[in-house]
Write a protein of this length. Structure first.
Length: 104
């Protein structure tokens, strides 16, 4: 592992953690700093867990990532939930305002 790049280390760790049946996956900024190929692979693995009826909690500051992968989006600010919406009906400007602390 010491000779691998950061992205390849993340891929290897994720592959190890997702090798069996996953019931719950908590991922915090899972693709931060990775190249496009690694991002795509990790996103596919997260979706695979969801599609196999696993529960996925994705914590991210990347609005595009949240909109692409989420069924439901919950915004937290200052330690509390300030907004919740179905991802398919989410409005990018409203989400951004809540994420920036502008609506509470």
């Amino acid at each position: 592992m010491q000779s691998l790049s950061g992205g390849n280390v993340q891929r290897a760790v994720l592959a190890r953690e997702l090798s069996g049946r996953v019931q719950v996956l908590i991922a915090s900024n899972p693709v931060f700093g990775l190249d496009f190929a690694a991002v795509s692979e990790i996103h596919q693995r997260i979706v695979q867990v969801r599609n196999q009826n696993g529960a996925v909690l994705l914590v991210s500051e990347d609005l595009d990532e949240l909109l692409e992968l989420s069924d439901r989006i919950v915004v937290m600010s200052e330690g509390r939930i300030v907004f919740e919406t179905n991802a398919q009906q989410a409005d990018r400007h409203t989400l951004g305002a809540h994420m920036g602390g502008g609506h509470h």
